[in-house]
Design a protein around this ligand. Sequence first.
Ligand code: PEP
Ligand code: MG
Length: 584
Amino acid sequence: MERKNFEGEPVSTGTGVGKVFIIKESDIEINEDIIDESEVEAQITNLEVAICRTFIEIYDLNDGFRGILSEEENRIFDFYKEILDDRTFFEEIKNLIKNERYRADMAIHTCIKKYIDEISESNNEYIKQRVFDLNDVAKRLIKNISGGISDENDIKIKEINSEQIVVIKELTPIIAASLAKKEVKGVVAEEGAGYFTHASIILRSTGIPAINGICIDEIEKFHDNPAIIDGEKGILIVNPTEREMDDFKFGSSRKPLCIKDSKNSGILFEGRPVETADGHRVGLFVNISSVKEFFAAKSLGIDGVGLVRTESLFINYKKIPDEKRQYLIYSKIAKEISGKPVVIRTADIGGDKVPGALGINDQSLSRSPRGIKRSLEHKKELITQIRAIMRAAEFGEVSISFPMVDSIKQIKEVKSIIEEVSVELTEKNGQPLKSIRIGTMIETAESVKIIEEILNEVDFISIGTNDMLHQICEQNRKCSTLEMRSYLEPVFLQTLKYCVDKAIEKNKPASVCGEMATDPMAVIVLLGIGVKDLSMGPAYIEDIGRFIRTVKLDEAKEAARRAMEGRSLQEVKDMLSEWIKSRM
Ligand code: PEP
Ligand code: MG
C-alpha cells in the first residue's frame, strides 16, 4: 500500500491512529425555478418550518454540550441562534419569495450569499471565518426545506466510529460537534477548520487532533486505509511504515480529552500521589488552554496547574478581555483548584504564535515580537493582565510566569510592574497584598545561555521544550520540519540537563511543560536528569502517571545517561523503545 504524507495547518494538538474515513461535500441543490403567485404562501410556510426545525437542531446540539464546553465556547451556538432569530434576515428571504418569486431554497441561498460576500471583504480574520457558519446555516435551512431529509453528510456521519480519522471537504461547527461526540481519532479538513473557526474551537476543546487545509481529492483514494494524525505538526501519514507506527505507539494509546472523560469525577490515582516504582515523588501538573480543559483536569487527582496558556483562554474573544473578565477567569481557576498551585502565564502572542481572534491584525502579528517582548511593547495590556492575575492570587496559590523571556532586562521590567501593581492594590484594598511567586519560561535559546542570572531573579522556572527545541534547531514552529521525537536528540537532552542542574544548584523548582512531557520515552530521560515536576495536557495525565509508577529512578538515570551519550536520534529512540518494551 502506498505510503503518503500530507501536510496542513495544525489546529488541534494530539495524535491518533485510525482508519481514514472520507466525507465528501454533497453540494446543495438549489431549485432556481420561478414560482407562481399561488405558491408564495406555501413557500413562506416552508421557510418558517425550516427555520423552526433548524432552531431545534441547534438547541439539541447545544444541549448535548452543556457542562462540557465552557460558557464562552457555548456561545458558538449563539451565533447560529442569532441568525435564525434575526427578523431582518427572515424578512429579506420572505421578500425574495414574494417579489422575485424565488422558491424558499433559492431565496435562502441568495440572501446568505449576499451576507457572505459582505463579510468576505472584511480584514478581520475572525469575522471572515463566520463564512463557514453562515454556509452551514444555509445548508441546514435548505435541507430542512426539503422535509429535513438527511443529506449525504448526515448519513455518512452515522457510519462513523471512534476508530476513524475523518477527512472532510468542508468542516462546519455542527459537524465538528458531531465528530467530537463520536470521539473520532482525528479530523482533517480541506476548509472550515482554520485556527479561529468555531469548528476548530470545538475540536480543541474536546481534545480531537485536527488539521486544516489538506486537499481531500488527494486523500480520497485512501478511504479506509490506516493513518496517523499529528495535530501538533499538522501531518497526516497514510499507510505509515512499521517504524512510524512504532513511533506513534504511545500517541495512539493516548486518549484525547474526550467528552466522556470530562464527566469523569473519579480520582485517577486512587488518591495516592504519583511516585516512581522506588518511591520518588513526581509532581503531575496540567497545562490548560481552555476553561473546559481545566474542569476536565480538576477531577484527575493532579497536583496543580503547571501552565495556564492565557492567550488560548482569550481565543473566543474578539479582543483581549478586560481586567474584570480576566480576573473572573483566573479567580475561578484559583478557587476551584482548592489551594493547589496554579501558574498563570501572561499572553504569549506574536510571531508565529496564535490568536488573531483578538482584534489584532494577523499580518502585523506575524512580524511582531512574541511573548514577553511583545507584551512589554503593549504595556497597558500587560499591566491589565498582571493586575487581574494578582487580584485572583488572593484566592489561591497563584504564581505568575512569563513566556519567551530572553533577557534579564525583561524580567526586571516585569518585576517592577508587579511591584507597582502590588503597591497600588495594597493602597486600594487598605491591606497588604499577598506576595506572588514569579517564574519564567525557559524556552528561548538566549534564556538557556543566561539561565544562571535568570535563576537569581525568579522563584521557579518552567522549561518549554516545544519552543526551546525549535529555537535551538532554528526552526519555525508553525512549519516545522523537525523529525518526530526530535527532543530526544542527545545534544538537546544535554541542554535540558544543563538547565535542570542549574536550577538544582540554585535550589529553584524546575518543571517541564512542553509536549515532551507527554511521551513516556522522554519521561524516562526527564526523570533521569532530575526533573521532579511535569506539566501536560489533561489527556495525557493518566497514562503518564501510571507509566511513572513503573519506572525506577536509578534505572531512569542510567537510561538518561545513555541517551545523552547517544550518537544519533535514532539510536536514542531505539534504546528507549527497547527499555520500555523490556519492562512491559
Ligand atoms: C513550550 O514552548 O514548550 C510551551 C509549553 O509553551 P507553548 O507550547 O505554549 O508555546
Ligand atoms: Mg512556548
